[in-house]
Design a protein around this ligand. Structure first.
Ligand code: EPU
Length: 427
C-alpha cells in the first residue's frame, strides 16, 4: 500500500499544467463505442479512472492503443459482448455510461451497478426514467443492471433532479434513437458540453448542451473522429486552492477561465488575487484570508467537487465560514480527518460551520474519497510537521502525477510504499 508523507510549511510557487477533465474523459472514452470505427482522443488524463474505462473497452473487444502519454486511439469497429462484470465497475461511478452507449448501439447492455465515492445514497432513478422514456426496459437483478430495447424512439424527458450522469447517459442513448428527443432540466457542466461536441463530431445531431434544454435528432450512423478533451476544472481549482491555502503564488496553465468563475469568485471574496489570462490563471494569496460562505450547486454554481478543498482554505481564514452542501447527502466524511489536524468544524446536516485556525497540526490521516483526499493533502501542506496520508488510491483515481506536480511547485511531499501490516498498525 502507498501513502504520502508531507512536510508542511512551504508556500507553493511556480507554474503547473492541468490535464484533461476526468469527468469528460470517462464519458467520451465510453462514447467511442458509438463510433463503430476509430477515434483518436487527445488530452486524456493519466489517472486510474481512465485506465479502468480503457480496460472495460478492451474487455468489450475494442482495440486500445496509446499514441503518446495523453493521446489514445480506440477502435470499436468490432465488439464482442454487451456485458461488463462487477470487477470492472466496482471502483468507478462512470462505468454507468456503458449503459447508454451499448443500449444505443446494440439495444442491450448488462452492466454491474457502479462503484465510486461514498457520499450516501447515489440513486439511478433519473437514468432509468430517461431510458424508459426512449422505450427501453430496465431490470436490476443480482447487482446487474439489464437495459434492453427492440428499438429506441425519441421522446420528451423531464428530469426531476439535475443530474450530470443521467443527462449524459440519456444523451448517449438518444443520439441513435429514431426521431427527436427533448431533455429538460438537464445538467450544464462543461463536461456535458464537451460530450455533446464529441458526439456531434462523430455525426450526432445535438443542440442546446450547456443550457437547460437539450434537443437531439437521432441519426442512424455515427463514425470515428479526432477530438481533444477540455482541461479539468476541478484539478485546476485544486491547485488554485492549494496556492491560496499555502500563501503562495502559482500560475495554473491549460485552463478555461470561464469554467473557473464559480471558484475564482469565491477566492477573490476571500482576498486572493486572481489574474486571468487566455488559457491560464495566476493565484497570489495574502498572509491571512477572510471568511467565506459557500453553497454547492450544479454548474454554474459552486462545484461540489471543490467543497472539501475549499473547506481547508476556510479553516485557515479569519472568522467563521459556512459551507452548505447542495448536491450530495453526505459529503462531510473528511471533516473527521481535518479535525484530527486541529480544524474547528461543526457539521449540522448539510452545513459545516468553520472557525478559523492559524495552522493545521500534522497527523496521520486518510483520503476518505477522491476530493477529500486532495483536501487532506492541502491541509498537510499547511501543517506544522509531517503529515501521513493513507488510502491515496482514491486520489490517484482523479489526479494525475499529484505529488510530482505539487513537488514542482515547491511542496515537500513524497509517495512511499508501506507493507499492508504496517499501514494497519498506523491507523
Ligand atoms: N441523483 C438522483 N437520481 C439519479 C441521479 C442522481 O437523485 O438518477 C441525485 C444524486 O443523488 C445527487 C444529485 O442527483 O444528489 C447529483 O448527482 P449526479 O447524477 O449529478 O452525479 P454523478 O453523475 O453520479 C458526477 C461526477 C461527480 C460529481 C457530480 C455532481 C462523474 C463521473 N462524477 O456524478 O464527480 O460530484 O456529478 O457534479 O462525472 C468527483 O469527480 O469527485 C465526483 C464525485
Amino acid at each position: 500500500m502507498e501513502k504520502y508523507l508531507i512536510r508542511g510549511g512551504n508556500p507553493l510557487r511556480g507554474e503547473v499544467t492541468v490535464g484533461g477533465a476526468k469527468n469528460a474523459a470517462v464519458a467520451i472514452l465510453s462514447a467511442t463505442v458509438l463510433a463503430e470505427g476509430v477515434c483518436t482522443i487527445e488530452n486524456v488524463p493519466d489517472i486510474r479512472d481512465v485506465y479502468t474505462t480503457l480496460k472495460i473497452l478492451t474487455e468489450l473487444g475494442a482495440g486500445v492503443k496509446f499514441i503518446n502519454k495523453t493521446t489514445v486511439e480506440i477502435d470499436t469497429t468490432h465488439l464482442s459482448t454487451t456485458m461488463i462484470p462487477y470487477e470492472l465497475t466496482c471502483n468507478m461511478r462512470a462505468s454507468y455510461y456503458f449503459w447508454g452507449c451499448l443500449l444505443a448501439r446494440y439495444g442491450h447492455a448488462k452492466v454491474s451497478m457502479p462503484g465510486g465515492c461514498d457520499f450516501g445514497v447515489r440513486p439511478i432513478d433519473q437514468h432509468k426514467k430517461g431510458f424508459e422514456a426512449l422505450g427501453a426496459a430496465v431490470d436490476i437483478e443480482d447487482g446487474m443492471l439489464d437495459v434492453h430495447a427492440d428499438k429506441l424512439i425519441g421522446n420528451q424527458v423531464y428530469f426531476d433532479k439535475v443530474s450530470v450522469g443521467a443527462t449524459m447517459n440519456v444523451m448517449l442513448a438518444a443520439v441513435r434513437a429514431t426521431g427527436v428527443t427533448i431533455m429538460e432540466n438537464v445538467a450544464k457542466e462543461p463536461h456535458i458540453v464537451d460530450l455533446a461536441n464529441f458526439l456531434n463530431s462523430m455525426g450526432a445531431n445535438i443542440m442546446g448542451a450547456g443550457t437547460d434544454i437539450i434537443k437531439i435528432h437521432g441519426v442512424s450512423e455515427m463514425h470515428g473522429t479526432d477530438y481533444a478533451i477540455i482541461p479539468d476544472q476541478i484539478e485546476a481549482g485544486t491547485y488554485m486552492v492549494a496556492a491560496a491555502a499555502t500563501g503562495g503564488d502559482v500560475l495554473v496553465k491549460n485552463v478555461i477561465p470561464k469554467h473557473m468563475k464559480p471558484i475564482t469568485t469565491k477566492l477573490e471574496d476571500m482576498g486572493v488575487i486572481v489574474e486571468e489570462f487566455d488559457e491560464a490563471i495566476r493565484i497570489a494569496a495574502p498572509n491571512r484570508l477572510s471568511k467565506i460562505d459557500i453553497k454547492t450547486l450544479p454548474y454554474p454554481g459552486f462545484p461540489t467537487d471543490m467543497q472539501p478543498q475549499m473547506a481547508v482554505v476556510a479553516c485557515l481564514a479569519e472568522g467563521t465560514s459556512t459551507i452548505t452542501e447542495g448536491v450530495w447527502d453526505n459529503r462531510f466524511r473528511y471533516v473527521y480527518e481535518l479535525q484530527k489536524m486541529g480544524a474547528d468544524i461543526k457539521v449540522d446536516g448539510k452545513m459545516a460551520v468553520i472557525e478559523g485556525i492559524e495552522c493545521f497540526k500534522a497527523a496521520p490521516v486518510k483520503a476518505t474519497d477522491l476530493r477529500a483526499g486532495a483536501a487532506v493533502v492541502i491541509a498537510g501542506l499547511c501543517s506544522d510537521g509531517e503529515t501521513e496520508v493513507e488510502d491515496i488510491y482514491h486520489i490517484e483515481r482523479g489526479y494525475e502525477d499529484f505529488e510530482l506536480k505539487l513537488c514542482s511547485l515547491g511542496a515537500d511531499i513524497k509517495k512511499i510504499e508501506v507493507p499492508d501490516s504496517q499501514a494497519t498498525a498506523a491507523i
